[in-house]
Design a protein around this ligand. Structure first.
Ligand code: LAN
Length: 717
């Protein structure tokens, strides 16, 4: 059986790991000694493994721009061979188990160095007090996190008597045992054969056969939700599960506080540990579940077969359109599992899937985990480039090579084609768009197209760069974005809002909020508006009326989304400070400032009211969960940088107040120019945190540099 070898190693030799980056694809490799000699570790490898970098102590910066230059000097070393800036993208605790469970069911052996490092990651990220896991790395232990990660550890070969397992199991039992695991956990356990399908609410694939005109057709759901429920429905409808093994038999004993055979499964469908429910079932959902249950009892065989076939067709289209990389980290293993069940583990399709799981696997100083996506390559690189272009550092000779390589990367990552059969698979056109990670993944996000386009436009203005991205390619990007504006004037993430808000009422995932639909977001909206403005400066005649209208409606949305206290609520990073930065930038694009706009003034006052005693800003992730601002116990360089960027964009008059934030950022800078990792930066679905470790370089450099462009050179007293 896979993973049965004893746990002999606690960690691998970190000096033998290498990150390979090709065309944006990131994969980690463990070399033997001879190979390791021929392929030396780069600064990026060492940095991400937390090995000693030996980067020189830099002259102590006197001015903010000097500090930005030092930050840049350090950060430049981390640029990868193919021109992008790589980074870990972890945080959620429900991703690595999906991979491990899928590998186990499909009878794949996880290579030994990976197995060892995954165990190390899972054990080092367990909560210290009770040995359990939360929904994300900063959360208290939950049944969801603890069940899935406990199972992952056991499948990876950790013995049931290992002290970490004993502790985690005790915690799981105290929290209610695996019968109380939320819906997605119930699914994973059922597929593994350590929970029974009658204990989860139905996921009927027949929904895909309904006419699209119906407002609840899955093609209208937020793409991540629809792409998770698609493979789940394929597996659920056929009640597919792992071949039984002695280890699974043991798990059936370990996960529960009563004997497996005595569990009343139908009663467990709605048994979810109350403390971890973020979005409780509505009456509407419970009613629909009852109808689905009745349907499950009498579903006509031929109809079911037709629905399963349709799900399979959709799955294949997704696999093909993403080059087997898939949309993100949940549907990646799920689609692989469907392929295994349908075609076995010998076929080319399955091998492609297995190969592309590697795109998600990241080796960090605390071990190996599954990233939230196959990276954040385009996103991080685009922000970095904008920062150094705006503040003038891109003109300095020492930055030119970095910029040329980053531009080449972003040039190659623009999506140049549309998805095949796009209407058949409910996809939109993508020609001209940029993705979040890399071109092969094939999905656009409104703000990823926007940020990448802004970055490329600025870089191509520099005298020393190639102008490979031709005007027609920018026009394609603009077309993509203009098609993405919602009726309310705002921009959502991957697609237009396609369904009524009522759909949110059937959100069945329990642990996430706002997942059923696309919504307009201030972050995405501002990004698009700023990119249209930048485009218009270069090509004033292209679709100028459409751009005018988009701008007008976009601004209307931004103003409407502002909260009475002057802030905006952030959905993709923590939280109010992040979105308020976007809100202010959007308004400043049409010349609104603290002096001339009540909206901007209110927003500035909100930010100013949150400045901490040390001059910095810091916000806790609880803001995302509760919708109310929560201070972080310590100020954070990243959030301080966002607040400063916003106040400078607003031309906030009290420069001494901003200077205190600048000094805070400078005081946290290390002698070699780096900033150390502080709190986790990102969030999604209201309740899951995700790391953006590049932000601590990009945004401080940007804020320090903008200070000097706005306020002028000189030392801060
Ligand atoms: C992301 C990452 C990037 C993020 C921004 C570009 C920052 C944002 O402005 C728009 C939304 C987007 C693209 C986004 C959406 C949701 C993602 C893909 C993620 C947060 C990364 C991981 C997450 C995905 C849903 C994880 C899988 C989990 C499920 C619940 C399906």
């Amino acid at each position: 059986m896979p993973h049965s070898s004893p746990l002999t190693l606690n960690y691998t030799d970190l000096t033998r790991w290498r990150l390979r980056t090709e065309d944006g694809r990131q994969t980690w490799h463990y070399l033997n000694e001879a190979e390791a000699e021929k392929w030396p570790q780069t600064a990026a490898d060492k940095y991400w493994l937390d090995l000693k970098l030996n980067s020189p102590t830099l002259p102590k910066p006197r001015t903010p721009l000097d500090a930005a230059r030092n930050g840049l000097k350090f950060y430049q070393q981390l640029q990868c061979e193919d021109g992008h800036f790589a980074g870990a993208y972890g945080g959620p605790h429900f991703l690595t188990p999906g991979y491990v469970i899928t590998m186990y069911i499909s009878k794949q052996t996880i290579p030994e160095p990976m197995r060892v490092e995954m165990i190390r990651y899972l054990l080092t990220t367990a909560n210290k007090d009770d040995g359990g896991w939360g929904i994300h790395v900063a959360g208290e232990s939950t049944v969801f996190g603890t069940t899935l990660n406990y199972v992952a550890c056991r499948l990876l070969g950790v013995n049931r008597d290992h002290p970490a397992m004993v502790l985690a199991r005790g915690t799981l039992h105290k929290l209610g045992s695996a019968t109380a695991v939320p819906a997605w956990g119930k699914f994973w356990l059922s597929a593994l054969g350590v929970y029974e399908y009658e204990g989860m609410n139905p996921v009927p694939p027949e929904l895909w056969l309904l006419p699209y005109a119906l407002p609840f057709h899955p093609g209208r759901w937020w793409i991540h939700t629809r792409m998770v429920y698609l493979p789940m429905s394929f597996i659920y409808a056929q009640r597919l599960k792992a071949d039984d093994t002695p280890l699974l038999e043991q798990l059936r004993e370990e996960l529960y506080t009563q004997s497996y055979d005595s569990i009343d499964w139908p009663k467990q469908c709605n048994n979810v540990a109350a403390a971890e429910v973020f979005y409780p079932h509505t009456k509407l959902l419970d009613g629909l579940n009852t109808i689905c249950w009745m349907y499950e009892k009498c579903s006509p065989r031929r109809l079911r077969k037709w629905a399963v076939d349709e799900a399979w067709t959709q799955l294949q289209m997704e696999d093909k359109n993403t080059s087997y990389g898939n949309l993100a980290s949940v549907n990646k293993p799920l689609n692989m599992l469907c392929t295994y069940f349908k075609l076995g583990n010998e076929c080319e399709e399955f091998k492609q899937h297995r190969e592309h799981t590697l795109d998600y696997i990241w080796m960090s100083e605390s071990g190996m985990h599954f990233n939230g996506t196959d990276g954040s390559q385009v996103w991080d690189t685009a922000f970095f480039c904008q920062a150094v272009c705006e503040v003038g550092l891109a003109n300095e000779p020492s930055c030119q090579d970095t910029i040329k390589r980053a531009l080449e990367f972003l040039d190659t990552q623009q999506i140049r084609t549309d998805p095949e059969n796009h209407t058949r698979c409910y996809r939109d056109l993508t020609k001209g768009a940029w993705p979040f990670s890399r071109r092969a993944q094939g999905y656009t996000v409104s703000d990823c197209t926007a940020e990448a386009m802004k970055a490329v436009l600025s870089m191509q203005d520099l005298p020393y760069t190639n102008k490979n991205v031709t005007p027609d390619r920018f026009r394609d990007a603009v077309d993509v974005m203009l098609r993405m504006q919602n009726k309310d004037g705002g921009f959502a993430t991957y697609e237009l809002t396609r369904g009524p808000t009522l759909l949110e009422k059937i959100n069945p995932a329990e642990v996430f909020g706002d997942i059923m639909l696309e919504y307009s977001y201030p972050e995405c909206t501002t990004a698009v508006l700023l990119s249209l403005k930048a485009f218009r400066k270069r090509q004033p005649n292209y679709r100028s009326d459409a751009i005018d209208t988009a701008f007008k409606h976009g601004l209307r949305y931004i103003k409407k989304a502002q909260r009475p206290d002057g802030s905006w609520f952030g959905s993709w990073a923590i939280c109010f400070i992040y979105a308020t930065w976007f809100g202010i930038e959007g308004l400043s694009a049409v010349g609104e400032t603290y002096e001339n706009s009540g909206t901007v003034r209110k927003a500035c006052e909100f930010l100013v009211s949150k400045q901490q005693a040390d001059g910095g800003w810091g916000e806790d992730y609880k803001s995302c969960e509760t919708g109310v601002f929560h201070h972080h116990a310590q100020s954070q360089v990243v959030q301080t940088a966002w607040a400063i960027l916003a106040l400078l964009a607003a031309q906030y008059p009290d420069k001494n107040l901003i200077a205190r934030g600048i000094k805070l950022i400078m005081s946290r800078q290390q002698p070699d120019g780096r900033w150390n990792q502080e709190g986790i930066e990102g969030v999604f679905n209201r309740n899951a945190l995700i790391a953006y470790p590049n932000y601590k370089f990009i945004f401080p450099i940007w804020a320090l540099g903008r200070w000097e462009s706005e306020v002028g050179p000189g030392v801060i007293a």
